[in-house]
Design a binder for this molecule. Sequence first.
Ligand code: OAD
Length: 250
Amino acid sequence: MNELKNMFVEKLKTANKLLVFTGAGISAESGIATFRGEGGIWEKFKAEELANFNAFMSNPDLVWEWYQYRRKIINEAKPNKGHYAIAEMELYFESVKVSTQNVDNMHKRAGSKNVYELHGNIERNYCLKCRTFYNSADFNFEYNKAPKCKCGGLIRPDVVWFGETLPMEEFALSEKAASNSDIVFVVGTSAVVYPAAQIPISGKSSGAYVVEINIEETALTRFADYSIFGKSGEILPEICKLSKELKNIC
Ligand code: OAD
């Protein structure tokens, strides 16, 4: 174990480029529920009734109300120490990119500059008919009524639902960043939803050193070069502090 830790410290010392790939677990300490596991969203709600296009078309108001409920939780939440540590690491490395499966905007709110949103952003919405974008904060959306655009089209949240493709550019940029990185950190994800979960594996195939941070073992653990088990809001600030020391930045 010590040998692995020493190797991680060595890698951190010489690394210039990082990719941080995140999932719902990084926002758990902000009070935003994860999807799987105890207390997870998919334990209480059925994904097939809420997070897919057909569900929206057959009952737009129900799906809309569910997203308004999640928006409220997310709006009231704040980025945690894990999000802030990732943003701070930009000071200590040549490049720090974030590829996230989360729609909660927490990385940008914490100050991360290069964020690729693989599953969209709950604060954005668009009209199905004319593609006009609406920001949740700029629009007086009703809580339980799917809104209509000025053109008459239905407005949906700009999130990726089951069966939909990921935004091509965000995915391509994440894959590129994974391949170009010295270290890929995989934080708070069960790593079971593809194609997003492919990203750290692509990094590994291109020679990146893969470090997983999670409270438990996941589908990715066997691919990781080093796994740190614990809360990301505790582990990431430690890694950030260590990076600062290793890079001799006062
Ligand atoms: P999951 O809910 O599948 O996994 C959350 C992970 O976070 C689990 O592995 C937990 O062990 C871990 N975790 C929980 N608390 C943590 C903490 N404090 N620190 C570190 N790790 C912690 O969430 P995702 O992997 O993000 O997709 O799920 C992937 C996708 O499935 C989501 O983006 C969403 C969902 O269906 C769409 O909506 C398209």
